[in-house]
Design a binder for this molecule. Sequence first.
Ligand code: UDP
Length: 143
Amino acid sequence: MAIERTFSIIKPDAVAKNNIGAIYNRFETAGLKIIASKMVHLSQEQAEGFYAEHSERPFFGALVAFMTSGPIMVQTLEGENAVLAHREILGATNPADAAPGTIRADFAESIDENAAHGSDSVASAEREVAYFFSAEELCPRTR
Ligand code: UDP
């Protein structure tokens, strides 16, 4: 299996509920290694740019308002089949549909405040990692 990198956000709702550590624990338990991490408070422009592919969707304005409502944690995760492995522990977009034991089932309240983000493909992951992290900020594990 391929070692991949993927991009993760702990969204403002989960940061506000003090669930950063609990969600990091899910990554580590799943064998995903955090190779870069920081807290940021997105500007309107940063949030619009990150979610540009959704700019024509009816929920876009609310999504940008939510994502700028408080600080977030952004992470690069590395591991075997990391993109899919991360999406599996994240659960469905709507927490009402998310499998029991997934991050969204356990930490999210609604589809528009759904606790966390995960890249949906290797190509998206590359774009999203580069949106937040320089090459120097990525710290592959050497031991
Ligand atoms: N979203 C929303 N309402 C919807 C669909 C999506 O607020 O009806 C938000 C939600 O926060 C979701 C994000 O838009 O995580 C991106 O949507 P996508 O379909 O890409 O879902 P994801 O990949 O995050 O599961």
